[in-house]
Write a new protein. Structure first.
Length: 309
């Protein structure tokens, strides 16, 4: 197996809203907020659902990699409930090997409200449910050892069970990639994330806000300097400014595509990572990896949701 993704198994519930809805519910645009089941249901009751689809950041990347013809797998925790069944079916339909045996749990399958404003930005409200209770017991050792690389998400990181799952997977894997996921995530776990980036990971994906937050950078030059000193492969997406990959003294840039009919930015980072990793595991040049990432993210932002058909 080429890549094994380990992340939050979340069902996405996509809704279109006006900006006022964010203000009324004290939500910060373009970020992800964790809520309990009560708050989640309260918000859901006020919304019109456009679409329900299997999601989760790394799972979206893994599906993208599968669609590009790669042999990939995923570990993420769901309940043996209706949404859990649909989640597993969604992965299998996309030819992703699912290395988790679901069972009846107290907590339901995780769900994420994806709120899309008229400017196409997405704001997420997540009830993790059982997804956030992943632990080392849920990590399939054989699957980790038989994959060339693991791909983790910052969203999954938390003290307790998730941290043990992370550490077990990293201890068994030869090549470790991770997405920093979200600026709030970075701010909440800054010391832990910095330790992972500097000492544990081989490939790091981040957008400009996330990496700047992580290292308290005043400018992008600070980020470039950090990347050169890091000695790992640091891949940064910069929206309209394109993307950059830094390793040692090599800095490779790629322009973003223009004249796109942007509908929804939900899966941009996830599908960029899929394209980049596709290039990486198939021994493409860094420039080609960035170009494939750009191509994939350009496709996904022109449709609703984070999965290409």
């Amino acid at each position: 197996m080429k890549i094994l993704g380990i992340g939050n198994a979340i069902v996405d519930v996509i809704c279109k809203i006006e900006d006022q809805y964010l203000i009324d519910n004290q939500l910060t645009k373009s970020t992800m907020k964790l809520v309990d089941e009560h708050e989640f249901q309260k918000l859901l009751s006020t919304l019109k659902i456009e679409q329900t689809i299997s999601g989760g950041s790394v799972a979206n990347s893994i599906v993208g990699l599968s669609q590009l013809g790669n042999n990939v797998g995923f570990i993420g925790k769901v309940n043996a409930d209706d949404l859990g069944e649909k989640y597993e079916d969604g992965l299998i339909k996309e030819k992703v090997q699912y290395f988790y045996k679901k069972k009846q749990e107290v907590s339901p399958t995780g769900t994420c409200l994806i709120l899309i404003t008229p400017d196409t930005e997405r704001t997420m409200v997540t009830f993790l449910g059982i997804a956030g209770k992943i632990s080392e017991k849920d990590i399939n050792e054989k699957a980790v050892k038989e994959s060339e690389m693991i791909f983790l998400e910052g969203y999954l990181w938390d003290e307790g069970g998730p941290k043990t799952a992370f550490n077990k997977a990293m201890s068994l894997s030869t090549t470790k990639a991770m997405s920093l996921s979200d600026q709030f995530c970075v701010e909440r776990h800054k010391d832990n994330f910095l330790e992972l980036v500097q000492n544990k990971l081989d490939i790091i994906f981040a957008n400009e806000q996330e990496i700047r937050s992580l290292i308290n950078a005043k400018s992008f030059e600070d980020v470039t300097e950090f990347g050169k000193q890091l000695g790992k492969l640091l891949v940064i997406t910069r929206g309209e400014k394109g993307s950059v990959a830094i390793k040692n003294q090599e800095v490779v840039e790629c322009k973003s595509k223009s004249n796109l009919k942007i509908v929804d930015l939900t899966g941009a980072g996830d599908l960029f990572a899929a394209g980049f990793l596709h290039g990486f595991i198939n021994n493409n040049s860094t420039k080609e990896c960035l170009e494939k990432g750009t191509e994939m993210s350009s496709k996904i932002i022109q449709k609703v949701g984070a999965r290409l058909d």
